[in-house]
Ligand binder design. Sequence first.
Ligand code: WTA
Length: 656
Amino acid sequence: MVERDVEKTIEALLEERRTFVPPEEFTKQANVSDDSFYEQAEADPDAWWASQAERLHWFQKWDHVLRRDPPHHEWFVGGKLNASYNCLDRHLEENGERVAYHWIGEPGDKRTITYAELHRDVSKLANALKSLGVRRGDRVAIYLPMIPELPAAMLACARIGAAHSVVFGGFSAESLKDRINDADCKVLITADGSYRRGGLVPLKQSTDEAVKDCPSIEKVVVVQRTAEDIDWIDERDVWYHELLKDASIDCPAEEMDSEDMLFILYTSGTTGKPKGIVHTTGGYMTGVSSTHNLVFDLKPEVDVYWCAADIGWVTGHSYIVYGPLANGATSVMYEGAPDHPDKDRWWQIIDEYDVSILYTAPTAIRTFMKWGTDYPAKHDLSSLRLLGSVGEPINPEAWIWYQEFIGGGKTPVVDTWWQTETGAIAITALPGVSTLKPGSATRPYPGVFADVVDEKGESVGLGGGGYLVLTRPFPSMFRTIFGDDERYVKTYFDKYGNETYFPGDGAKLDEEGYYWLLGRVDDVMNVSGHRISTYEVESALVDHHGVAEAAVVGRKHPKEGETIVAFVTPKGDVTGDESLMKELREHVGKVIGKIARPQSIIFTDDLPKTRSGKIMRRLLRDVAEGRDLGDVTTLQNAPILDEIRAKSESQKASEG
Ligand code: WTA
C-alpha cells in the first residue's frame, strides 16, 4: 500500500462487502443497459452534454457548448429556451391530459392536475405577476407549503423570465426576511397557512413579520389554503384566486438566454449568512432532465414517481418540479408529515397510487426503521420498482432495510450524491448497470469528473481516503453566489485552484473505484492522529440491532486529539443502560476497530436536527465540550438539546 500522510488523510475504516448486481429483468427494460453513455461522455464530454441538451426544446440553438473561464463557465452559449415552456407547453399536444401531479393534502383532500391544467394556471399567474409589475430579470420570493400553487408559482416566474427564490415553509420570519432582502425580491407569494401533523402553521403571520422589514417587496400574493383569519394590508396584499380570476390564459414564454438566471436557492454554509446559490436556465435544465431520466429509469407513460422531499430544498426544485416536468412524468406530491394521521401514511399513498419510483432521504428511512416494519407491512408496496436515496451518506443497515422492507427485496436502490450547488445528481448508480454496494454512491454520472485528493490536491488513488473534488465543469453547476462572487471563489475554489471544485465532502475510493461519501469534512474527527468520519462510527452504531439513530462528534482531548462522543437513540423496546453502552463500544470496536470506540455514549430520545432533517453535529459538539450553544434557530426540535446537555454533564461528572 502506498504510504499516506495519516494526519492529512481521512482514514477509511469501514469495510462494506455486500454487493447487488442489477436484476436481469430490470436491465432488459432499463434506459441505460450498458456502459456506452459512460464511454461516450468520457471520450467527449461536451458532445455528451450537447446530446443531453437536445432533450430540451430550444427556441434557438447554441453556438458553443461550453465556454471556459475558470472558475466561471458558460454552457450552451447563445442558445435560447424557456424552462416553463420545456416543462409544460411542449407536452400539450400529445400529453396534455397526462397527470403532472397527484396531489394529496395532509387533511386528506386531493387534487389531480394534468399538464394542460398546470399550463393554464401557470400562464394566468404569469400574466397576473406581470400586472403586478414583475419584469424579466426581477426576483420573486415564494414561501408556500407543499401545495400545487408552489410549482405553479415557480413556473410562472420562469415563464416571464423572473428568478424565483423559494424559501422553505418551515423557516422562520427572520430567515425569510434575510433571504428576501439579500435578493431584493419585488413580490412575495405565500399562503394564509399550512397544515403540519394536524396543526396549523401561520405562514401569513410570519410573512407579515418578515415583510415589514423588507423594503423591496411591493406586493404579497396570498394563496388561501387553511381559510383561517389573517391580518390584511389592503395596499400590499392580494388574493391569489382573485388575481387569477381575471387573468388571461395567453402568456407566451419569454425567450431566455441559456445563461439567464432561473432561480436562487439559499443554503447554509459552515459559517456566516446563507449563500444564495444561483442557477441558470440551459445548463440546469439539461442536468435535471438528463439525470431524472437515467438515474430514475423513467418511463413517463407508465411510471408514478414520488420524490418525498420538500420543494423548499434543492431536491424538490430539481426532482419534484423541473426534472420530472421537463420529462413529462406523473408525480405524487404530498403536503404533510409521514406520521399523520398514522405512521403508515407514505405506505398507504404508495399503495393507493401504485407509486413505482420512490426518492427519499436516509433520515426518513431511519425514522421508519425506528417505527418498525408493521407499518409498511400493512400495505401492498409491490408497485415499487426503484428506490432512491439522497441528502447524506446512507448507512448500509438503512440501505438494506429500505430495499428489504420497502422494496420487497427486489428493487435497486440508487444512492445519489449531489448538492444545492451541483443542481443535479453528480455521483450515483444507474440502476440498470451498476452493481450496488450499500453505502456507496458508486461512480460519477456520465459527463461528471471527480477524484479523491489529499490536502495538497494529489489523488489518493484506489483504496485511499481524502477530499472529494469535481475536476471538470458540467452544465448544472451553479454559476455564483448571488451578490457575492468573491465568496463563491473563496468558498469553492480557494483550496485547490480555479479548475477544481471543492464540495466540502470527505470520500473514500475503494479498490474498484467506487465512491464512498463520508459526510462533510467538518464532521471529521481526529483521534490519536487518525482521521475518522463521524459517519463511519454512526454507521457502525446503527448497525447494532438495538440502535435506531446515532450521531457522533469529537470532543477535544489533550492526549488523543479528540475522543469520540456518541449520541444514541435506542429502538422503541430497548433500554439505554450500562450494559447496552458496553455492548455498543464493543460492537464499534468490532466493526471498525478499537480506535473508533466512543469514549462516551449518551442515550437520548431524539437528536437535534435542522428542518431538512440533517443532524446538527455542530451543536452536539458544543454540548460535548460544555460550550455555550451557537445558533439554534434553524432546529426543528430545539428543546431536546437541554435534555441532552443535562445527561452529558452528569455523565462527564461520573467519568471524572
Ligand atoms: C450531503 C442535497 C452522502 C453531502 C441534494 C453534500 C450526501 C450535502 C448525499 C448537500 C449522498 C447529499 N451521500 N452525502 N447520497 N447526498 N449529501 O445542498 O454532504 O442540501 O455536500 O443538497 O449533503 O446538501 P444539499
